[in-house]
Design a protein around this ligand. Structure first.
Ligand SMILES: [Zn+2]
Length: 120
């Protein structure tokens, strides 16, 4: 299991790809735990990150984070297909004034790629 975590962020918040450049990456082997997450379809680009977004928490709760890579040898999978999604947006001026129209795909790709893969 390979996961990442970023440091707690303070205002002014930096873009995700900038924050993840200094992320901490963790690797553990032969560990039991729980994986939870979402899989958003491609048409949600702009509202969320299309594809799988999974987090891990070890059974002993001593390891976890955003999953960068994993090999699962056994487990039980529960799927919940849903046709609705509720999203609440902030009403604060900072959010309303933010430039959210720009294409963030490259920044998201950079943020979602683990450091060892970036080096290849
Ligand atoms: Zn995450």
């Amino acid at each position: 299991m390979k996961t990442r975590s970023v440091e707690r962020q303070e205002k002014p918040y930096r873009p995700l790809n900038e924050v993840t450049r200094s992320q901490k990456e963790f690797e553990c082997h032969d560990v039991d735990g729980t994986i939870v997450g979402f899989c958003f379809p491609d048409f949600t680009q702009g509202l969320n990150v299309p594809g799988y977004h999974l987090h891990f928490l070890s059974k002993d709760r001593k390891a976890g984070g955003h999953i960068l890579d994993c090999i699962m040898t056994r487990g039980t999978l529960f799927l919940d297909h849903t046709s609705n999604f509720h999203m609440e947006l902030p009403k604060r001026k900072e959010f309303l004034d933010a430039d959210l129209a720009k294409d963030t795909r490259d920044a998201v790709d950079e943020a979602e790629t683990c450091r060892s893969r970036r080096a290849l």
